[in-house]
Design a protein around this ligand. Structure first.
Ligand code: M6R
Length: 607
């Protein structure tokens, strides 16, 4: 989603800012812009890629201080006028903003009544005018931003530049901002990974924080004028922007990274002799695990599907009631929060606004929430304080692949840990531990020969819609397969628990309709194969994901894709891989922008 990069120091800012934006490109955006301070503020913006912005930059855009932005449209279409930065009418204040100003309509009307001519349709532009008006009333840059934000309701990651001041004023509320502390220079970005080429010393701003950046350092404070607790921490340099290597796309690279990232996730976190899991970051004793009344898992998109797989694993192994929740719905349904329950917030980026809001709601109502997160130091990880890092490494493609697998693996290890504290026998636990430890090699083996994926691509690529079916742990895998194909290939997909198909979606089927069925050799297999017959009887073309050696199932399919067999609880770790490949190759075949699909953002930082 929108990205922010800012710099003040002794270097020429323009190139630094463009490179900073490049590191934020993976988040998804539709336009970009830059403002540089010299004797005056000069700015340029355009729609499309950062490369477009670079190509339209005036040659003499020199200066040691500037701000730059990638915009993902919310209020107002994708136009040059709506791209950031936005400037005050006299051009002396420039702002870039992530988030949503909820009372922007009222503020716009008021500004227009005051005689201000607005240049864009955005909510963000009001900030430039409000700050400028405060400056005209004699307030300092910091106090001007403070006053403007007090007039504002909503979320912001904000940077402001002032014609007559060598500084950047930043503010955070609900939209991440990280300050990079350099030697004689300061940086700001919406994503810490944009900062790692320059400095590992960062300050994560908290909601309600403001910061004044100069070449000489950073001064933080609170919106209400109090001092802020913000401190400098050191982040891991190794988490840079991943190199695409010899792969044509990050999505394909990340699919192929799954064996290694699963090893990173599982390694050292199971105890075979005890049939147990070992997640130190939870800091939950066996006694505490025994006392948990129920569990709620919360996430969005792919993370939600991982929650749905995790829910089944937890109930299966620990016999504790568990639910998964769409994060964007959770907070608004006035959820009953029990102090005896455990809440797990699952997120790759750790910045998803819907999930972060759910976390805050739970905490506000006295619940205990822990993170199951990929990005170290992200907002949700810090808000939760405790939890599990899934150790996928950087995921660049908008379509999440390796993070799904590591979320499922992490939740499986959690299921073992809580299971062994409650009802899971050592013998059964050992079976899961053994199976889990074998998974990275099995995924590797599958990726060496992924079966007739390209045949499946031909069956799917021109279809008006594709139906995905599965039962038990394969039902969320079906949803994940459908989500992947929709988001990267733009083909309408439906996913249903296989038994539910005859209650409605079967009406869609006609001669040649592609139906993808996930059917590992578990207790649901026979029933799923009956549903396959029902589809075939209506002329559907069956693409079946089945266990290696299960010829009886394979024979029912038009296209049969075998994956190595594993314990039924963790079959999603194998069955999801052909679905990821299917989505990827269909998207390539259709000429889609695989790593940056239209309208999507990697990190969804607005609700
Ligand atoms: O960073 P998160 O895991 O919280 O992101 C949640 C969803 O936005 C994300 O999974 C999204 O659905 C992906 N594009 C799916 O591939």
């Amino acid at each position: 989603m929108c990205g922010i990069f800012g710099y003040i120091g002794n270097q020429q800012a323009t190139n630094l800012l463009i490179n900073g934006l490049r590191r934020l490109e993976y988040r998804g955006y539709d336009s970009s812009g830059i403002a540089i301070l010299n004797s005056k503020i000069s700015h340029t913006k355009c729609i499309g890629r950062v490369a477009n912005l670079e190509s339209v930059l005036p040659e003499n855009m020199d200066g040691n201080c500037g701000i730059a932005h990638t915009r993902w449209a919310t209020h107002g279409g994708v136009t040059k006028e709506n791209a950031h930065p936005h400037l005050s009418e006299d051009g002396t204040v420039a702002i870039i903003h992530n988030g949503i100003i909820e009372n922007s309509r009222a503020l716009r009307n008021w500004l227009i009544a005051e005689g201000v001519t607005l240049q864009s349709e955005t909510d963000s532009e009001v900030l430039a005018h409000l700050i400028h008006r405060a400056r005209c009333d004699g307030l300092s840059p910091l106090d001007s931003v403070r006053r403007a934000l007090r007039q504002t309701r909503g979320t912001w990651g904000l940077c402001a530049l002032f014609e007559d001041e060598q500084m950047i004023v930043c503010a955070r509320n609900g939209s991440p901002l990280v300050i990079g502390v350099g030697d004689g220079e300061s940086f700001v970005a919406s994503d810490p990974h944009a900062l790692t080429p320059h400095t590992q010393r960062v300050i994560f701003l908290e909601d309600g924080d403001l910061a004044v950046l100069t070449a000489g350092g950073v001064q933080t404070s609170r919106l209400d004028g109090d001092s802020s607790d913000a401190t400098v921490t050191t982040i891991d340099q190794s988490w840079g922007v991943a190199d695409i290597g010899d792969f044509p796309h990050f999505m394909l690279k990340e699919i192929h990274e799954q064996p290694e990232s699963l090893r990173q996730c599982i390694s050292g976190r199971t105890v075979l002799s005890e049939g147990n899991g070992k997640l130190g970051g939870l800091d939950l004793s066996a006694k505490k695990l025994l006392e948990i009344s129920h569990i709620r898992l919360i996430g969005c998109g792919t993370a939600l599907h991982a929650c749905q797989v995790g829910r089944l694993a937890i109930e299966h192994m620990a016999r504790v009631p568990t639910q998964s929740h769409v994060a964007s719905e959770f907070r608004y349904n006035n959820p009953v929060i029990s102090p005896a329950a455990l809440y797990l917030a699952v997120s790759q980026s750790g910045e998803t606004a819907d999930t972060l809001s759910a976390v805050k709601e739970i905490q506000l109502k006295g619940g205990t929430v822990m993170g199951v997160i990929n990005v170290v130091g992200s907002s949700i990880a810090r808000q939760c304080g405790r939890g599990v890092y899934i150790h996928s490494g950087p995921e660049q493609a908008v379509a999440s692949t390796k993070a799904f697998s590591n979320m499922v693996a992490s939740l499986t290890i959690f299921s073992l840990q809580i299971g062994r504290a409650r009802s899971l026998s050592k013998r059964d636990g050992k079976q899961v531990v053994k199976a889990l430890n074998a998974i990275p090699n099995q995924v590797e083996k599958y990726l060496e020969d992924s079966g007739p994926i390209m045949e499946a691509v031909q069956a799917v690529k021109d279809a008006p819609h594709v139906l995905f079916l599965g039962r038990g742990a394969s039902a969320p895998v079906a949803r994940e397969g459908a989500l992947k194909l929709m988001e990267v290939a733009y083909i309408p997909c439906l996913a249903y628990p296989a038994g539910e198909m005859k209650h409605g979606p079967i009406a869609l089927l006609e001669e040649g309709s592609p139906v993808v069925v996930i059917c590992p050799n578990d207790k649901f297999r026979a029933k799923t194969l009956s549903n396959v017959q029902e589809c075939k009887a209506r002329g559907a073309k069956i693409i079946l994901i089945h266990d290696e050696g299960d010829d009886e199932a394979a024979i029912e399919a038009d296209i049969a894709i075998a994956v190595p067999a594993t314990h039924s609880v963790i079959s999603p770790l194998l069955t999801v891989v052909p679905l990821q490949l299917l989505a990827y190759h269909v998207a390539v075949e259709l000429g889609r922008d695989v790593d940056k699909p239209r309208n999507l953002a990697k990190s969804v930082t607005v609700e």
